[in-house]
Design a protein around this ligand. Sequence first.
Ligand code: 9G3
Length: 584
Amino acid sequence: MRASELLAPTLREVPAEAEVVSHILMLRAGIIRKSASGVYTHLPLGYRVVKKVNEIIREEMDRKGGQEIMLPIIQPAELWMESGRWDIYGDELFRLKDRHGRDFALGPTHEEIITDLVRGEVRSYKQLPLLLYQIQNKYRDERRPRFGLMRGREFVMKDLYSFDKDDEGLDITYRKMYEAYSRIFARCGLSFRPVEADPGAIGGTGGSIEFMVMADSGEAAIVYCDKCNYAANVEKAEAVVNGVPSTEEMLVLREVATPGAGTVDEVTSFLGVQADRLIKTLIYRTEKETVAALVRGDREINEIKLYNLLGCVQLEMADVQTVKELTSAEVGFAGPVGLKDVRIIADREIVMMKNAVTGANKTDAHLANVNPDRDFKPDEVADIRLVKEGEPCPRCPGKLVEARGIEVGQIFKLGTKYSEALGARFLDENGREQLMIMGCYGIGVTRTVAAAIEQNHDKDGIIWPMPIAPFHAVVVPVNSRDEQQRGLAEKIYNSLREGAIEVVLDDRNERPGVKFKDADLVGYPLRVVVGARAADEGIVEVKHRKSGNVENIKVDNLVRYIKKTVLDELAGIEKYADRRWELD
Ligand code: 9G3
């Protein structure tokens, strides 16, 4: 490819809206251009990367028995009504009407569509397991699209759906996908970490793993153990109940005046007690009931854990009015003692406390020497708190470390959630009708491209991992007015192409500095500089973008050298990908 023909408009400055480095560099390096908020065009360099990621995904999906299909983007509302999700998803679901006024959605995901297909085509256990996948645009009307491709409203996803005859079959498929995902991200040259996740809105029989590319700009908060390979989305991470029930004597319950002291900090400093002596009482509303969640004063509530425990659809903090009615006090003085018409959910640490302090359900007053069981009885005791850095690992004597990650893939065990809703059944060996057992497995392709940049860049620009680089090398004639150098650069460019190297010839009439800056910004892994020494001594300079090393190579050896460098880099990453990826 000649740079004079390539549409790769590089920029020095970018719009202020670009906040994360991948968004900035994708705009500056001529990888994407915005068409609308959260909607992007992939320019040639960008789309070459997307296609390479797709190819790696296809190879790994096909190896595991996946069959590639193309599902429709336009989805009939009827299917979403059958699954009950038409009304659950609000503004995030792009909806449209056809010319006859019929309702449709632009596909944010394809569980309904694929289950509808399979229920019509599969009747026998002999046809299972069945693994169908597509690589296709998805549409989600994010309230705040941002970070470029990381959170777009239109993005490319690989989504595979599996249909098994029983749970054992699903387990086997799930493990296959775990290994395939590990190989995919390894082959893309990414450092990633599978973390236990929360099945979340998708529901399903439990069991979901998110594949995170570690990067400080990641939106996902994860914790991982500094000893074993336990890792979890903070939303899901299990809290360890350390210590033993307090052996303090239970003291007499008494009310203390705490004028204006409604927050944990105010109460602890006013009463001179530690936060871990407090019982924080948080009032929530679900679509069914009012709930009081109790966590220790030095902890945070984990709303995802509470949400899953309650099995509700909507969960939100109660408004001031509700709190006042329930506690007959201003906000900040709620407590479990004497609370009526409300379900009390206590974190496991609460029931180990003695002589605690909590709101008196009376403005400007708290209760001291509150003892669970004597003074109040929770309806449920469960793990409903957020874990924090430094806490013990739930699996081993290690300690948890907090990190940020970019979720690039997620695998789910769905069970019969959709096969039941849509009636996807098969006849088993004994001729009995059974529900198919499903799983679904997604990879954010365009998000993976952005994550690759987040993880591979420096102050000069992108540093593409070789397997997904848009081109392997760029040939730069230093003096574009020197006919001899240009001729030699052409010759080198052509011999590299004949050697099956993906190469750009920077034939633009630009100063060498501009060409070098662009080469670093776009992030070609190798840069071949054809300068004065090329003609005089038959020597060209090869610069390695990742290491910064510069090698002087004889022109006659160049193709062999470049090929060897590219193949060695690819082989090294393949070798890493070939290790065992065990789902423990
Ligand atoms: C919607 C909208 C947004 C959504 C969903 C549905 C996320 C939705 C979860 C999944 C689960 C898996 C198959 C591939 C891997 C992920 N956002 N999810 O179901 F209507 Cl507007 O998509 N689906």
